[in-house]
Design a protein around this ligand. Structure first.
Ligand code: NAD
Length: 387
């Protein structure tokens, strides 16, 4: 079976789905690896490194014509989707719930779409395939570096002949995978770190990394299904906000990572809270996207300054800003998923397997993922609306 590695074409994307180190395992499983010319360039991996590891570098047309499976980081563009053909499989972080129509297009073309972001994350066997975690980890790390870079003072306590620098007070909102990495990184830079989450179990995790957990007087337990948070009720949100505003006002740096599956990210840093911060403070909103973010004033992909001198950064695609490190992790994730689906050198989709069942979105000409099928159903006409 031929496995092709696509060159990413999304704006700003510098990662690559497979790094040369991963090739040995794939070739040992009887797979031939084709690399689209220049696929690794964004991550500073030359074609020659892939060739040295046993892959064949091919032009775009040959990659799509010859590959049985195509590995990629992001979903294919419209043009790339048109190049895929019946019987081929494409594996990547396809975001099927955000773009169900693309899944229908791939299904109609007879393409098997397999999405890494649909793995059951609580299944311990799937941890090695968890690209959401590996990339969130990179994001949490980079968010802190970006904040430290934008902050006009030191993160650590410094005592020098020229005076003493106070350590930065850093607040991490949302203690999931990215938040935990952000805590660890900010602590290693010497900051005094506080952290907050609506899932009480995160307290111990934050403390074990040296952060002080912010305990609000209003007790909220918003533990949802599968280890995620649920959306807060309007009353809970109002109570949380009033207390959080006070905490945020005393911070030099705030990094937000809060997400609720299937919902807009919650707003945790209001314009009022930003108004209480000192000039020169920095906020990084990791949750910002076209859907909104955790910071009322943030603009996805931009850096803005509040009237009172607070820099608010909403970086786009943080993992792509550390492409070699992020690709190395991603490559392990995608190889583990692929190898779990290969038998005797060929793709063998066993739908009794929990990972296969969850990650294969389209197969055999139809969309088979239930959540995606649901999104593709025509919307019911609103009651009382025009017929
Ligand atoms: P996520 O990206 O969905 O959310 C990030 C954090 O934001 C979460 O901790 C969430 O509780 C928090 N949050 C949501 N609303 C909030 C609010 N109003 N105020 C403050 N915080 C808020 O989360 P994630 O990083 O993908 O991880 C979510 C969970 O999944 C964690 O429990 C993690 O340990 C778990 N997980 C488990 C596995 C595994 O078992 N193999 C793998 C990955 C993640």
């Amino acid at each position: 079976m031929k496995v092709g590695v696509a060159r990413e074409t999304a704006p700003g994307e510098r990662r690559v789905a497979l790094v040369p180190d991963a090739l040995a395992k794939l070739t040992a499983a009887g797979l031939d690896v084709l690399i689209e010319k220049g696929a690794g360039v964004g991550a500073m991996i030359p074609d020659s490194a892939y060739e040295a590891a046993g892959a064949r570098v091919v032009q775009t047309g040959d990659l799509y014509a010859d590959s049985d499976v195509i590995l990629r980081v992001q979903k294919p563009s419209g043009d790339e989707a048109k190049k895929l053909r019946k019987g081929q499989a494409v594996i990547g972080t396809l975001q099927p719930l955000l773009d169900p129509k693309l899944m229908a297009t791939l299904a109609d073309a007879g393409v098997s779409a397999i999405s890494l972001d649909a793995i059951p994350r609580t299944l311990s066997r799937a941890q090695s395939m968890d690209a959401l975690s590996s990339q969130a980890n990179v994001g949490g790390y980079k968010a802190v570096l970006i904040a430290a870079n934008a902050y006009g003072r030191y993160f650590p306590l410094l005592t020098t002949a020229a005076g003493t620098a106070k350590p930065a007070n850093v607040l991490i909102l949302g203690i999931g995978v990215a938040g935990l990495q952000a805590i660890g990184t900010a602590r290693r830079l010497g900051a005094v770190v506080k952290a907050y989450d609506v899932r009480p179990e995160t307290r111990e995790q934050a403390e074990s990394l040296g952060a002080q957990f912010v305990k609000l007087k209003t007790t909220i337990d918003a533990t949802g299904a599968g280890g995620y948070a649920r959306e807060l009720t309007p009353e809970e949100r109002a109570a949380q906000q009033a207390e959080l505003n006070e905490v945020i006002g005393g911070m030099d740096v705030v990094i937000t990572t809060a997400q609720v599956p299937g919902r807009k990210p919650p707003v945790l840093v209001t314009a009022e809270a930003v108004g209480k911060m000192k000039s020169g403070s920095v906020i990084v909103d990791m949750a910002a996207s076209a859907l909104g973010g955790n910071v009322e004033l943030s603009k996805a992909g931009e850096t803005v300054e509040s009237p009172n001198g607070v820099t608010i950064i909403a970086p786009d695609n943080l993992p792509a800003s550390m492409p070699a490190g992020a690709s190395a992790f991603y490559s392990r994730n995608i190889s583990a998923l692929l190898l779990g689906m290969v038998k005797d050198g060929a793709l063998n989709l066993d739908f009794e397997d929990e990972v296969t069942k969850s990650t294969v979105i389209s197969h055999g000409g139809t969309v088979i993922s239930e959540p995606v099928k649901k999104l593709l159903e025509p919307a019911e006409p609103a009651a009382g609306g025009p017929a």
